[in-house]
Design a protein around this ligand. Sequence first.
Ligand code: GDP
Length: 175
Amino acid sequence: CGFVAIVGRPNVGKSTLLNCLLGQKVSITSKKPQTTRHRILGIHTEDSYQTIFVDTPGLHIEEQRAINRLMNRAASSSLADVSMVIFVVDGTRWTDDDEMVLNKLRHVNAPVILAVNKIDNISDRNEVLLPHLQVLAQKYAFAQVVPMSAKQGTNVDKIIGWAQQSLPDNVFFFP
Ligand code: GDP
């Protein structure tokens, strides 16, 4: 293994985070949800080592449409061999769907980091959110909870540190 998976609902900022982690534009970001329809891998190679980033398609709770079922399946299969999961939520728009995604992640045999994104955009009325997420973190036993901003790069260094710790000894994470 040696994969770090970035998981989350559409439009929470997964592609932006991936770009941030790799320090270059490798995937498409858009204001429109569901832009990332295919798995886009960012690969960093040095000597014989590779670290592969998987930007999973958005996990869709509403499975009525076939495209959503397919995207769900692709997202699940990409989680089979991961070293670490970064579960990205939009800190300005926590929804019940996010909590349902948590149940899917329960079966993943790897540390799950809860990355609360768009912290740069959180207004006073949302100040109740972070304590709520701390409660969820205990309930679902997240390895870490980190408020972050993919746009501004806030706390991305912490995520890089945890990724380095979780990857096998022969795989390195090159930010
Ligand atoms: P994805 O569908 O999960 O891959 O989400 P994207 O990375 O495409 O981002 C969706 C939208 O959220 C884009 O308009 C981004 O510019 C915006 N966005 C992503 N990260 C942040 C952040 O940290 N702060 C703010 N304010 N907006 C963000």
